[in-house]
Design a protein around this ligand. Sequence first.
Ligand SMILES: Nc1nc2c(c(=O)[nH]1)N[C@H]1C(S)=C(S)[C@@H](COP(=O)(O)O)O[C@H]1N2
Ligand SMILES: [Mo]
Length: 512
Amino acid sequence: MSPIRTAAARVRPWLPPIAVALAAGLAAVGGSYLSVGRRPAFVVTPIDRLVITLSPEALVTFAITELGTLGHQVAFLTAIALTCVLFGLAALPGVAICLDYVSVDSGLLRQRRASIAAGAIVGTVLPTAVAFGLTRSPRSSAGVAAGAALVLLATIGVGLVAGGDATPSSFGRRRVLGAVGSAIGLSALGLFVRGTDTETVSSPLEIPADARPEVRTLLTRAKDQSFEVDGLEPLVSTDFYQVDIGNVDPVVDREEWTLSITGAVEEEVDYDIADIESMALEDRFVTLRCVGDRLNGRQMDTALWSGVPVRSLLEAAGPEGNYVVLHGADSYYNEFPIEALWPGLLAYRMNGRPLPRAHGAPVRALVPGHWGEINVKWLTEIEVRTEETMGYWEHRGWHGTGPVHTVAKLWQVNHLGGGRIEVAGHAYAGTRGVGAVEVSTDGGDTWTEAEISEPLPGDDVWRQWRHEYGATGEHEVIVRARDENGTLQIPDKEGPKPDGATGWVSETVTPQ
Ligand SMILES: Nc1nc2c(c(=O)[nH]1)N[C@H]1C(S)=C(S)[C@@H](COP(=O)(O)O)O[C@H]1N2
Ligand SMILES: [Mo]
């Protein structure tokens, strides 16, 4: 067999091997996804971690506060692209041997079956080794091997089939097309089989048939107490926000999971899921809000959580320090005064169902009144400390471990006809409780108390508010909450970083 080189290859000899190698990289990622889905073993997961770790703080903040979910998607797509390049690089030596560009141009080897075979092997083994090094998952690595091998075989196959009668340039093009086509095909199959592999969290409005009577009563009560305002989320959120340091949630095996209480304690204690489930269960409505939430953002939600009070576990260990660091299985950690943890809950159910993976399965912490970030998910360790240290977000310039600010959101404006307008939303003041919500429909000159929903049981739960009025011209609606002590929501406008957004939500409304 004589080497056939394309016109393009003569001008840019590196182009076909790079194109084929990148296709092998894509196929490696596609193969890994097909075999394990969006899980920690997916080869993109460690790269995603690296991207987030290495991203400049300003970019991460922008993604969290301005882009929200979109920011996660952009970050994840970047990680996917980088992973394709990484595996493309790993496949490149093999591809180069296979395509014989190395050999022909360097004159060291002749194109022959042996070098094709060697190239195919090298081009498969290297990416597989990289995958195993990154994920330690045989299954994910096998997916990578299959993807890389598929592309190499497709390339070689096209070479053998088209070798005889093709013109040099169409021959090179066909090999590249064979490589790219098979890579896209495999990735499409991965997407088809796995979808986006994100968990669907059932709506709390459909109370599960096997719900405990207490849960049924509480969820029904929340439903009944919710205002009937068109488009307004009920008192138990139907779409609970999610904020994570990574784009792939950890998968924690319930049976293998343990929670350790360590550090400055009289006695270190370990619990497994059976221990936790054998303790008396408590149901609590708890609202969470992310410190990165914009003033009128949507990173504030409420669920009915069931679990065990932290108190009994802490008492058993006998803490001898004033601080705790909670650690999650995703290497996330956060530090705060132990005082805040004592009244906390270790939740393993949410709205009458097992805690979803997205919200920290098997067990997460719920710490009354504090910003979302200390409510550590996939909780594995409670480390007691005698001295203060910094948590994950504090290292990145946030101060989100303290109590939440009081806030009233203006989430819904309904035009009821005849110049009647209904404005509504949710208000939250942590453990201080929402005392009142005040609305101004004239840009802040005069204020009226809005109607607020009956309080749900619980020390750390939001309320809804609504207000109906008539208007003819364009006007500005402003809303502000007071906590149960009568303290007004902070008026000065500040963005979320570093202490959480402050100010009063205002919106210009034009009657229809
Ligand atoms: N292990 C772990 N716990 C975590 C996080 C995380 O990234 N990893 N994010 C925190 C942040 S910033 C918030 S606001 C809440 C969000 O909880 P949710 O995703 O269930 O809404 O979880 C907190 N607990
Ligand atoms: Mo957060």
